[in-house]
Design a protein around this ligand. Sequence first.
Ligand SMILES: [Zn+2]
Ligand SMILES: [Zn+2]
Length: 265
Amino acid sequence: MASAANPQHQSNLLTRLPREILDQIYLEIWRICGLCQHILLHGNGPAGKDNHFRRWQCCTEYRVDDTLQADVEKLRARLDVPLGTDIQGAQPPEIGLYCRRLMSPWRDHWPCGERATQEHGIEAISGYSTSDRCWKTWRDNRPDDMHVPSWSPYLPMLLTCKLVSAHCLKSIYESITLIFIDLKSIQAWFGHRQLRAEWKIVFGEHVAPPAFHKYARSFELSLDPDLGGSFICGNIIRTFPRPNIPMTVTIFIGYIYRASRVSAQ
Ligand SMILES: [Zn+2]
Ligand SMILES: [Zn+2]
């Protein structure tokens, strides 16, 4: 049976400081790695074997307007291409650049995909979805090219002691906005309805940390307009757990031509 957390009476840090100050300290620790983190499910083997979650620090500031679409429209005006006509050709070079960004599986988080590409190669943005193959295996399997960056504050803090670990679990999920940009990751994290046998190998063993459902206050979803056709198990909304704390949900629905953006709170 699990033992109770040691109250750590000898620790001035834990006994003298009010919890509000401790929470501020924890927040600054998480801020080192960014307060917005992508969660992706990807793997190497056939039929989802070796699927695993990985986090990736978000570097895209949330904006209501679409700066990429604005850049495309500026280019359209500069080249004098009428609305409704494709912008084609290899020149100027922005055409290739914007095309790649518009087709990024990272959707409106294309800057995060480009940063992943700088560190892990083109595989980080190849494919239709971010929940494809693990980037690590596509490179050169360097020992330092692991799923988890060489250092992050999460594990050291969670392994400190049971008391600090409990503080940190609450603080992490209350402070950090998790971002999901593909349905496979969303369903693996949030849960799903009864699956056909062939899908169980893909999703069967992945569950969100219980502390997420207990403490999380916000998350962001970035989805295709045709997301309904991608559900593996019916309507995911009906399978959402009912958290005690109301969550803030930001939903981006976009595609190559950035159809629309919807924010719901
Ligand atoms: Zn991002
Ligand atoms: Zn991986």
